[in-house]
Design a protein around this ligand. Structure first.
Ligand code: NI
Length: 170
Protein backbone atom coordinates (compact mmCIF):
# COMPACT_ATOMS: atom_id res chain seq x y z
CA UNK A 1 0.00 0.00 0.00
CA UNK A 2 1.30 3.41 -0.94
CA UNK A 3 -0.10 6.76 0.09
CA UNK A 4 -0.41 8.92 -3.02
CA UNK A 5 -0.40 12.64 -3.51
CA UNK A 6 -3.81 14.32 -3.35
CA UNK A 7 -4.62 16.81 -6.10
CA UNK A 8 -5.94 20.13 -4.86
CA UNK A 9 -8.14 22.88 -6.23
CA UNK A 10 -7.80 24.42 -8.84
CA UNK A 11 -6.24 21.35 -10.49
CA UNK A 12 -8.41 20.86 -13.63
CA UNK A 13 -8.20 17.06 -13.31
CA UNK A 14 -10.59 17.29 -10.33
CA UNK A 15 -13.26 18.59 -12.72
CA UNK A 16 -13.04 15.62 -15.01
CA UNK A 17 -15.94 13.15 -15.01
CA UNK A 18 -14.81 9.61 -14.16
CA UNK A 19 -15.13 6.39 -16.13
CA UNK A 20 -17.07 3.45 -14.73
CA UNK A 21 -14.91 0.46 -13.83
CA UNK A 22 -15.64 -2.19 -16.49
CA UNK A 23 -14.29 -5.14 -14.50
CA UNK A 24 -13.14 -5.31 -10.88
CA UNK A 25 -9.62 -6.75 -10.96
CA UNK A 26 -6.46 -6.97 -8.84
CA UNK A 27 -5.58 -3.52 -10.20
CA UNK A 28 -8.85 -2.14 -8.85
CA UNK A 29 -8.15 -3.67 -5.43
CA UNK A 30 -4.61 -2.25 -5.45
CA UNK A 31 -6.00 1.17 -6.29
CA UNK A 32 -8.46 0.83 -3.38
CA UNK A 33 -5.64 -0.12 -0.98
CA UNK A 34 -3.65 2.94 -2.04
CA UNK A 35 -6.73 5.14 -1.66
CA UNK A 36 -7.36 3.86 1.87
CA UNK A 37 -3.69 4.39 2.78
CA UNK A 38 -3.88 7.94 1.39
CA UNK A 39 -7.14 8.67 3.24
CA UNK A 40 -5.64 7.58 6.58
CA UNK A 41 -2.33 9.37 5.95
CA UNK A 42 -3.93 12.77 5.30
CA UNK A 43 -6.14 12.06 7.40
CA UNK A 44 -9.63 12.17 5.90
CA UNK A 45 -12.94 10.31 6.18
CA UNK A 46 -13.35 9.73 2.46
CA UNK A 47 -11.52 9.85 -0.85
CA UNK A 48 -12.41 9.52 -4.52
CA UNK A 49 -9.95 8.05 -7.04
CA UNK A 50 -10.00 11.27 -9.08
CA UNK A 51 -8.33 13.01 -6.11
CA UNK A 52 -5.19 10.92 -6.60
CA UNK A 53 -5.24 11.38 -10.37
CA UNK A 54 -7.17 8.27 -11.41
CA UNK A 55 -10.29 8.97 -13.47
CA UNK A 56 -12.15 5.85 -12.35
CA UNK A 57 -15.43 5.64 -10.52
CA UNK A 58 -14.13 4.44 -7.15
CA UNK A 59 -14.57 5.87 -3.64
CA UNK A 60 -13.40 4.85 -0.19
CA UNK A 61 -14.59 6.08 3.19
CA UNK A 62 -14.37 5.33 6.88
CA UNK A 63 -16.70 7.02 9.32
CA UNK A 64 -15.66 4.86 12.29
CA UNK A 65 -14.06 6.51 15.32
CA UNK A 66 -10.30 6.96 14.72
CA UNK A 67 -9.46 5.56 18.16
CA UNK A 68 -11.36 2.30 17.55
CA UNK A 69 -10.86 -0.43 14.97
CA UNK A 70 -10.87 1.17 11.50
CA UNK A 71 -13.52 0.08 9.03
CA UNK A 72 -12.60 1.27 5.57
CA UNK A 73 -15.28 0.73 2.95
CA UNK A 74 -14.93 0.88 -0.82
CA UNK A 75 -17.60 1.40 -3.45
CA UNK A 76 -17.02 0.95 -7.16
CA UNK A 77 -19.33 2.66 -9.69
CA UNK A 78 -21.45 4.12 -6.86
CA UNK A 79 -24.78 5.72 -7.67
CA UNK A 80 -27.34 7.51 -5.55
CA UNK A 81 -30.66 5.86 -6.31
CA UNK A 82 -32.81 8.00 -4.03
CA UNK A 83 -32.38 10.87 -1.67
CA UNK A 84 -34.74 12.54 0.76
CA UNK A 85 -34.94 15.18 3.46
CA UNK A 86 -32.21 17.69 4.16
CA UNK A 87 -29.52 18.24 6.77
CA UNK A 88 -26.85 20.85 7.32
CA UNK A 89 -23.38 19.45 6.93
CA UNK A 90 -21.49 21.70 9.33
CA UNK A 91 -17.92 22.70 8.57
CA UNK A 92 -17.60 20.33 5.67
CA UNK A 93 -14.09 19.99 4.31
CA UNK A 94 -12.22 18.19 1.53
CA UNK A 95 -8.63 16.97 1.15
CA UNK A 96 -8.63 18.63 -2.29
CA UNK A 97 -9.74 21.97 -0.80
CA UNK A 98 -7.13 22.46 1.93
CA UNK A 99 -7.55 24.88 4.83
CA UNK A 100 -11.16 25.67 4.10
CA UNK A 101 -14.42 24.56 5.67
CA UNK A 102 -18.02 25.63 5.14
CA UNK A 103 -21.58 24.52 5.84
CA UNK A 104 -23.26 22.59 3.04
CA UNK A 105 -26.90 21.65 2.65
CA UNK A 106 -27.12 17.91 1.98
CA UNK A 107 -29.85 15.29 1.72
CA UNK A 108 -30.66 13.65 5.05
CA UNK A 109 -30.96 10.15 3.65
CA UNK A 110 -29.64 8.41 0.57
CA UNK A 111 -30.00 5.00 -1.00
CA UNK A 112 -26.81 3.99 -2.75
CA UNK A 113 -25.79 1.15 -5.00
CA UNK A 114 -22.45 0.04 -6.37
CA UNK A 115 -19.99 -2.84 -6.35
CA UNK A 116 -17.80 -3.97 -3.45
CA UNK A 117 -14.11 -4.78 -3.95
CA UNK A 118 -14.95 -8.33 -5.00
CA UNK A 119 -17.17 -6.91 -7.72
CA UNK A 120 -20.39 -7.98 -5.98
CA UNK A 121 -23.39 -5.64 -6.24
CA UNK A 122 -24.33 -3.89 -3.00
CA UNK A 123 -27.21 -1.58 -2.16
CA UNK A 124 -27.89 0.15 1.15
CA UNK A 125 -29.47 3.15 2.83
CA UNK A 126 -27.52 5.73 4.82
CA UNK A 127 -28.34 8.74 6.95
CA UNK A 128 -26.54 11.30 9.09
CA UNK A 129 -22.80 11.68 8.66
CA UNK A 130 -22.43 8.62 6.43
CA UNK A 131 -25.03 10.08 4.04
CA UNK A 132 -23.00 13.31 3.92
CA UNK A 133 -19.74 11.49 3.16
CA UNK A 134 -21.35 9.41 0.42
CA UNK A 135 -22.86 12.49 -1.26
CA UNK A 136 -19.52 14.32 -1.03
CA UNK A 137 -17.50 11.45 -2.54
CA UNK A 138 -20.02 10.62 -5.26
CA UNK A 139 -20.01 14.34 -6.20
CA UNK A 140 -16.25 14.01 -6.84
CA UNK A 141 -16.96 11.39 -9.51
CA UNK A 142 -18.85 14.02 -11.49
CA UNK A 143 -16.22 16.70 -11.00
CA UNK A 144 -18.21 18.46 -8.28
CA UNK A 145 -16.45 19.90 -5.21
CA UNK A 146 -18.23 20.92 -2.01
CA UNK A 147 -17.33 24.56 -2.72
CA UNK A 148 -19.72 24.34 -5.71
CA UNK A 149 -22.53 23.82 -3.19
CA UNK A 150 -21.86 26.79 -0.89
CA UNK A 151 -22.91 30.43 -1.31
CA UNK A 152 -21.22 32.23 -4.19
CA UNK A 153 -19.94 34.84 -1.74
CA UNK A 154 -18.06 32.26 0.33
CA UNK A 155 -16.84 30.54 -2.82
CA UNK A 156 -15.42 33.78 -4.21
CA UNK A 157 -13.62 34.45 -0.93
CA UNK A 158 -11.99 31.06 -1.11
CA UNK A 159 -11.05 31.41 -4.78
CA UNK A 160 -9.47 34.79 -4.14
CA UNK A 161 -7.44 33.36 -1.25
CA UNK A 162 -6.14 30.50 -3.44
CA UNK A 163 -5.19 32.95 -6.20
CA UNK A 164 -3.26 35.06 -3.73
CA UNK A 165 -1.45 32.01 -2.34
CA UNK A 166 -0.51 30.88 -5.85
CA UNK A 167 0.90 34.30 -6.65
CA UNK A 168 3.03 34.22 -3.52
CA UNK A 169 4.40 30.78 -4.21
CA UNK A 170 5.02 31.38 -7.94
NI1 NI B 1 -13.54 15.73 -1.07
Amino acid sequence: MTARQVLTYPDPFLRQPTQPVAAVTEDTRRLIEDMIETMYAEPGVGLAAIQIGVDQSVIVYDVSAPEGERQAQALINPKILEQSGSQLSENEGCLSVPDFRADVQRAARVRVKGLDREGRPVEFAAEGFLAIVLQHEIDHLRGILFIDRISSLKRELYKRRVKKQMKHSA
